[in-house]
Ligand binder design. Structure first.
Ligand code: PA5
Length: 449
């Protein structure tokens, strides 16, 4: 069953059949380029067939290891950043029970920022718990997870001794290359491999995402099955049947009209990290060659009391995509009080979902009236199948969207610039010339210590 649907009825004022018609050929060409594996970045298309290509045996191996961790650990720390972090976090936050205290085992994340207090507090929390670590890095050389892993590895070796610690560390990395692969081989860590043709932000359905997701107790086979189903309704050269192509085409038309920013509006708190994952997927794939839609995200109704003002009346360079979950897992209704001093009895007996639905519809209408084209992605429920479909829908759409913008959606050359500067400023051997240049610039501003 198709559990993810894209609805662009409210953008017809801006997009319309005539404009969409002009993009039908372009979208078909992009789809054909992707399918024929002849477009830019075509050596990074392993994700395209992954939901069908991943074998039952591979999924079993991930589940078996996850079961072992679940039996022997209170906490799994997943260390990674970017595509080696956001997919697992999105799935776990979308599908798990609300309060972390009720999750067993808990999956915590590290290596996705640089902060002493965070690591210090984490180590205090895990000191007397049973811990396993999953360090995830395709390149094996990324600084943020690298330094977090140093600290947590030291913690593990002190807590368990070197040999027991090695049994509690699992590395997910390139099958052959990189510093993490060599370390795992030397130390005897269990490993999962990331296929060389799958880039970080397209890797949620590989062991990068699937292993921590499985440790959290989520049914990864259902997640993959959902993605496999989406391969059907997200393929083909016809914009009326290929939902990813349709979303990509609508985005492209709006972008050409000066709507340079897309706001993903999650109308459900469990969607927060799905939006974070989407932001990375879209931003890193499209933002290059001085083009690309800027991906932003808001949580409704929370942000209707902060950014809602901007969305209603701010600069009109924006379009919005609402994400709405139709069915909740439970129903809480609003009680009636004899004393209606807060004047809310008119809502008595209604569920929170009934209120949220009217808030969603009211907001779409208000934003459209305020000049913001607004489409919607409707999700059936908070299930593995639905999320698997959504992951694949977005991956395919953003790949097509990149081709429509004439960029390579599968590289990220721009992320090197900050790294080069950071390495130089930290005195990495070999970067002395850049270090001196940067220091001179900082000194002029009084910023050099
Ligand atoms: O999408 C990407 O390729 C990046 O966001 C990477 O996932 C991120 O930089 C982490 O890289 P690595 O897995 O090599 O540590």
């Amino acid at each position: 069953m198709q559990k993810v649907k894209y609805d662009d009825r409210f953008v017809s004022e801006w997009v319309g059949e005539a404009k969409l018609g002009r993009l039908r050929e372009d979208a078909a060409a992009a789809e054909n380029l992707l399918a024929a594996k002849k477009g830019p970045g075509n050596d990074f298309l392993g994700w395209l067939e992954l939901p069908a290509a991943i074998t039952a045996q591979q999924q079993r191996a991930i589940k078996d290891k996850a079961e072992q961790v679940r039996a022997t650990s209170d906490i799994l720390i997943a260390i990674g950043i970017g595509g080696s972090y956001l997919g697992a976090r999105a799935a776990i936050e979308f599908l798990s029970t609300t309060f972390e205290e009720r999750r067993a085992p808990r999956v915590l994340f590290a290596g996705h920022q640089v902060n002493s207090d965070y690591l210090h507090d984490m180590i205090e929390l895990i000191a007397d718990r049973r811990v396993t670590i999953n360090v995830i890095s395709k390149s094996g050389t990324t600084t943020e997870p690298g330094i977090a892993f140093r600290v947590l590895r030291q913690f593990m070796e002190k807590k368990y001794g070197k040999s027991e610690a090695a049994k509690r560390i699992i590395a997910t990395t390139d099958p052959k290359r990189g510093a993490l692969r060599s370390l795992a081989d030397t130390e005897g860590y269990a490993t999962f491999s990331i296929a060389p043709d799958i880039g970080g932000r397209f890797s949620v359905l590989s062991p990068v995402g699937l292993f921590p997701i499985a440790v959290a107790g989520i049914d990864i086979e259902a997640l993959v099955a959902g993605a496999r189903e989406a391969m059907g309704f997200c393929s083909g050269a016809n914009l009326d049947t290929n939902m990813s192509a349709r979303y990509a085409a609508v985005r492209n038309i709006l972008f050409r009209q000066g709507k340079t920013m897309e706001v993903m509006a999650g109308c459900n708190p469990y969607l927060h990290f799905v939006c974070e994952w989407w932001k990375q997927l879209a931003g890193e794939s499209e933002g290059k060659d001085q083009t690309g839609i800027f991906p932003a995200a808001v949580d409704y109704t929370t942000d209707l009391h902060s950014l809602g003002q901007w969305m209603q009346e701010g600069l009109r360079n924006v379009f919005e995509t609402f994400m709405y979950v139709k069915k909740s897992r439970s129903t809480v209704t609003i009680p009636r009080f004899d004393n209606d001093s807060d004047e809310l009895n008119y809502l008595a007996g209604k569920s929170f979902e009934e209120v949220n639905e009217q808030a969603y519809l009211g907001t779409v209408l208000a934003h459209v009236d305020g000049g913001v084209p607004a489409a919607s992605i409707m999700l059936e429920d908070r299930s593995e199948e639905t999320l698997g479909q959504l992951f694949y829908f977005f991956e395919k759409a953003i790949a097509l969207s990149g081709y429509l913008l004439r960029v390579n959606p599968f590289d990220q050359p721009g992320v090197e610039a900050y790294k080069k500067n950071m390495f130089a400023l930290l005195n990495k051997p070999g970067s002395e010339k850049r270090r001196d240049e940067l220091r001179q610039r900082l000194e002029k501003l009084g910023l050099c210590s």
